[in-house]
Write a protein that binds this ligand. Structure first.
Ligand code: FAD
Length: 434
């Protein structure tokens, strides 16, 4: 298939507008309201006073929630256009929220749109799209994340209700969320992939308790945004079931595929920002008779980062383009590929940028350690790198046949003998002429 990433001039103008808006409006919010929790804490006055007027400007440009189809108030942009937008939004923590596409609400909105009943859409989706509510995705358990077969949070029927019991870990933003999408086993007698279901659980339901606020990096212990949660006899009505019974993994794949790709798109921008800082430092800092940029090992760090970034950007655009052509589920290997590349490229670029900044690089006066932690987090969130490598290998190995006999198909003696036999008359001539 031929492929093409050309951008129409009108969309190019939109991208320019987004670039200026992110620089002038979103980046100052990153500095003044650096605690990531504030983005989700709708009771903070910055939302009414600053964020909502900025969101109106985004809406006026027709750039609100572009990941959604027109029927939900989005643009229905394909993934390639989203990729070009998201790499700009990835330069700022606040920007996705200003554009109505912040994780995890964006992915949660997508599954509500796909699988929700009309009543569920009215109750949960509409306020979420308008950012009048906040959502949480509650799947990982304290003893098991990468292997869902170990999950044991249970939901059992009691009359028309479901009663949920279990514990979850790293349920990001639960503290600010109005509702959680909770994965629970509804039929323990079949494999988990058929026996788990998703529930919409308002966070004020009795029995839902945050046991501990878990944070990341050097956030003080007991604070943070990824709590350990207990569900103890949490009773929800029958219509809290999202999609059908046993549909949890189908729903999770819908959500996580897009989410992984969008994380990768934003990472292109975040890593590019670190690269830009690296370049500026290389020409600004002088040591041993000249600027860092004149040292060959510094040039190597710059060249390696440039190559990795360009490869990564093209890989992300290719995965986005493949999704547009064949849909997200047929593009599983491509999405797994960018999921694997995301933490590696981001990490490598950030580490080189830190090194070139010397002590300042690891200090709390530069943003690099946040980027470093984010690069590590992206190797875990939505599934660890190793698991996605398995997906890629499985796709690559699909349909590959074992070699016939002892030797590989490309074994040179056998292939050469066949080729020599084909050209025997010319080879005899060559020998005769010697
Ligand atoms: C910042 C952040 C936000 C998150 N937000 C959410 C959220 O909102 N909701 C939610 O439900 N979860 C969330 N998570 C949890 C995330 O989904 C899990 O961390 C992830 O699924 C891995 O599970 P685990 O941490 O229990 O690791 P484990 O399952 O204990 O795995 C640990 C390590 O073992 C290795 N490993 C595991 N399986 C394999 C394998 N098959 N082959 C080789 N090696 C393997 C890998 O090195 C892996 O990192 C978040 C995580 C992070 C870091």
């Amino acid at each position: 298939m031929a492929w093409d990433f050309s951008t129409e001039p009108e969309f190019e103008e939109k991208l320019d507008w987004i670039g200026a808006f992110v620089r002038d409006e979103a980046e100052p919010l990153d500095l003044a309201f650096a605690d990531g929790g504030i983005i989700y804490d709708k009771s903070h006055p910055v939302h009414d006073e600053v964020v909502r007027p900025l969101q109106q400007k985004v809406k006026a440009q027709g750039l609100w929630a572009c990941h959604l189809g027109p029927e939900l108030g989005g643009k229905g942009y394909g993934q390639v256009k989203l990729a070009l937008m998201a790499e700009i939004l990835g330069r700022s923590a606040w920007a996705p929220s200003l554009f109505g596409c912040q994780a995890p609400d964006s992915g949660n909105a997508e599954i509500l749109a796909h699988f929700g009943s009309d009543a569920q859409k009215e109750r949960y989706l509409e306020p979420l799209l308008e950012q009048r509510s906040v959502s949480c995705y509650s799947m990982t358990e304290p003893h098991a994340g990468a292997d869902p077969r170990l999950f044991n949070c249970r939901a059992e029927r009691d009359g028309n209700d479901w009663v949920i019991n279990g514990e979850k870990f790293f349920s990001s933003n639960m503290r600010y969320a109005d509702f959680a999408i909770v994965m629970a086993i509804t039929n323990p007698d079949v494999p988990v992939y058929q026996g788990a279901s998703m529930f919409l659980v308002p966070t004020d339901t009795p029995g839902l308790d945050i046991l501990r606020h878990t944070g990341v990096g050097d956030e003080p212990e007991g604070t943070g945004n990824h709590p350990h949660v207990r569900y103890e006899n949490v009773r929800v009505p029958g219509d809290a079931l999202l999609g059908g019974e046993g549909q949890a993994f189908r729903i999770a794949q819908t959500r996580l595929g897009g989410g992984r790709l969008h994380h990768a798109m934003r990472t292109v921008g975040a890593a590019q920002r670190c690269f830009d800082m690296m370049l500026e430092r290389a020409v600004s800092r002088h040591t041993i008779g000249g600027p860092l940029s004149k040292k060959q090992m510094v040039q190597e760090a710059i060249a390696d980062s440039w190559v990795q970034l360009l490869q990564f950007r093209l890989q992300v655009l290719h995965a986005a383009w493949t999704c547009d052509q064949v849909g997200g589920s047929a593009a599983r290997a491509e999405i797994a590929g960018v999921k694997v590349a995301t933490p590696k490229v981001y990490h490598d670029v950030v580490v080189r940028a830190i090194q070139l900044h010397g002590a300042l690089g690891v200090s709390n006066e530069m943003p690099f350690t946040k980027h470093l932690l984010m690069s590590l987090s992206l190797g875990l969130a939505d599934g660890p790198t190793e698991v996605h490598k398995l997906t890629i290998a499985k796709a690559a190995l699909k349909g590959v046949e074992p070699a016939e006999g002892l030797w590989p198909t490309e074994h040179l003696p056998k292939r050469r003998a066949e080729a020599c036999q084909r050209f025997a008359h010319l080879l005899e001539h060559e020998v005769g002429n010697r």
